[in-house]
Design a protein around this ligand. Sequence first.
Ligand SMILES: [Zn+2]
Length: 200
Amino acid sequence: MSNNNLKALLREYEQKRILAITDLEHRKNKLYNENPRLEQIDKELNSLAFRTTKQLLEKNDENLLNTLNAKIKKLKIEKHNILKSIGKDDDFLEPYYDCPICKDTGYVFSNYKTTMCNCLKQKLFDLEFNKSNIYNLKKYNFENFLLTYYSNVVDKNKYNSNFSPRENIENIKKIAMNFINNFDDPNTKNLLFTGNTRFR
Ligand SMILES: [Zn+2]
């Protein structure tokens, strides 16, 4: 597995994450402008979350914690209802990631272990696979194409043709080369290869 491919993909993932967060900021600003109460609720929720954490760490005053949690619950319901009234889901105020599993980080953390997410594995596989196909092109190309591999003896019984396999393949090669040389011409017709593959 190529390290460079992984690095390039992780850079791509980071870009995607930045885009998702920027997109969220735009959506949020628009929504807050249209519904100022939502911005107030989010501000209050942030401050309540901070106070709850502080309570848990410092005094652990159960009554106060209950009051804070009740306030949080009430605000969340209000927020849900406002979003619903304008036809939005609760996740409208979350970033839209390509992969909700790893949130476009490429990695997932579970059971105290960090593992590569399937989306990243698949992308790495695709890159490696394409590379190996391109690598094959270095070997399997017209320069290495051996016409002598084909017999120059006409065998009408075997091939049902008045041409030798060599003449036949020379003609096919000519058509294929013509196709490549005129690939960008819109009048060039596509090529379709049919028939059985034969190994010997
Ligand atoms: Zn993923």
